[in-house]
Ligand binder design. Structure first.
Ligand SMILES: Cc1ncc(COP(=O)(O)O)c(C=O)c1O
Length: 420
């Protein structure tokens, strides 16, 4: 019984069924709904199979580089750790060390033939950090980001972070840019066209001729708009072309271009989180934009790109052994492609990177959800792949060749059984 005059106790009972009310709407819809990343989901399935034991798992789900970083990078880190200079591990300006940005600018100047200076470079926490910085700096809720398919599925989540809307645009059958399709989808709310070349998952590299046509079309549209449409060029595989040829870029073709890259793949440093944004010196408002990028690096909580990784770059980039051996990835892609072609898959050999994006054999191609069906059959064979649905193009599978040779052998045998 409650004594007279004692305080009334109010007990609030939280109704938490699946925990949804603890989360923001965007995260709840993603994690608990149908939109959770297929790539992550498949990777988790692989991990669960491994934990359960029962033999090897052939995991081709994640683009986690299997080649170790160059020895030169390891030596550079040892030297940096032995360096007694005070302040090596402190905060710095949010855009990164001025001397490192100058160094990067010098290299990008040569690559793009533009007068790029240090202040136009923002060091970021990988390409993912850079993308989130740019979107936070430029997109309002409801603004549209136009992306040709297939696209890196994380883009959807980066859009959700800022309330932007991802609008997919079709590509040609060989995953080249379909410029007319892109232009026809540009509307009032389109702020940015995001190009990912070399492409994850298709391995396609967009050719200069199509980039020229897109640049012309954007210039024509600019005349009737209050502000220009920007291009983001997301290019973490640019130094992993299989034949060593350079990747065509919008930087030299269109003024309002923001180029993004990282060393997650070409130096095998995905866990170390180092990348950067390069803004064209011809872009509208470039001074204000670079300030905005530094600000967003700070307020998104990245603060700055990792200090040691920044300092290591000038000691590694451009050196003879300053990159992983891309031929290893190229060879694995060829081997897997040959095996899949023999099974009736439609394979466009990738021009760069370590992904294959084969079209399903005819019998499965016509089946609704055939990519998901085959993904599940392969899972039963202890082989982990990601269905094309995850990248906006059903009827395909994405296979990561950043896996060792044993996984590729095992996967090929599993494909044979699953397609039988
Ligand atoms: C197309 C694309 N963009 C961005 C990223 C993110 O790269 P980072 O690890 O440098 O953040 C990836 C990683 O797989 C990617 O494939």
């Amino acid at each position: 019984m409650r004594a007279r005059g004692s305080p009334v106790q109010i007990v609030i009972v939280h109704v938490v069924d699946d925990g949804r009310d603890l989360l923001s709407r965007g995260v709840a819809e993603t994690l608990l709904g149908a939109r959770e990343s297929w790539t992550r989901r498949m990777f988790e399935q692989g991990a669960a199979l491994r934990r359960a034991g029962g033999g090897p798992v052939h995991d081709l789900s994640l683009g986690n580089p299997s080649l170790e970083p160059p020895a030169r990078w390891t030596r550079a880190l040892h030297d940096l750790l032995d360096d007694p200079t005070p302040g090596m591990h402190r905060y710095m300006t949010n855009a990164g060390y001025a001397d490192v940005r100058e160094f990067i600018a010098g290299r990008e100047q040569v690559r793009f033939g533009l007068p790029i200076t240090g202040p136009l470079v923002t060091m970021t926490v990988g390409a993912a950090g850079g993308l989130n910085v740019v979107l936070r700096a430029m997109m309002n809720p409801g603004d549209e980001l136009l992306v040709p398919v297939p696209y890196f599925s994380e883009y959807e989540h980066y859009c959700t972070n800022v309330g932007a809307v991802l609008v997919p645009a079709p590509s040609t059958a060989s995953f080249a840019l379909d410029v007319d399709a892109i232009v026809s989808r540009i509307g009032e709310r389109t702020r940015i066209v995001l190009l990912n070349s070399p492409n994850n998952p298709s391995g396609a590299v967009y050719v200069g001729e199509n980039l020229d046509r897109l640049a012309d079309a954007l210039r024509r549209l600019e005349r009737d708009r209050e502000r220009p449409i920007f291009i983001i060029e997301d290019s973490p595989y640019r130094d992993l072309t299989h034949d060593g040829s350079p990747v065509a870029s919008m930087m030299s073709r269109y003024d309002h271009t923001i180029h993004l890259t990282s060393h997650s793949k070409d130096l095998g440093l995905a866990g170390e989180r180092i990348g950067y944004i390069v803004l064209s010196p011809r872009a509208a408002g470039h001074e204000l934009l670079t300030r905005a990028f530094a600000f967003c690096n700070r307020v998104l909580g990245f603060v700055n790109a990792p200090a040691l990784m920044q300092r290591a770059l000038p000691r590694v980039l451009g050196q003879p052994d300053g990159r992983v051996d891309v031929e290893v990835y190229a060879r694995r892609c060829r081997r897997m492609a040959d095996g899949l072609i023999a099974l009736g898959f439609d394979v466009l050999p990738p021009k760069a990177g370590f992904f294959l994006f084969p079209g399903l054999p005819a019998a499965l191609r016509d089946e609704q959800g055939g990519d998901v069906v085959l993904t599940e059959r392969l899972l039963a064979e202890r082989t982990i792949v990601v269905p094309g649905t995850a990248f906006g193009v059903p009827g395909h599978l994405r296979l990561s060749m950043a896996a060792d040779d044993a996984a590729i052998d095992g996967a090929l045998a599993a494909f044979e059984r699953a397609c039988r």
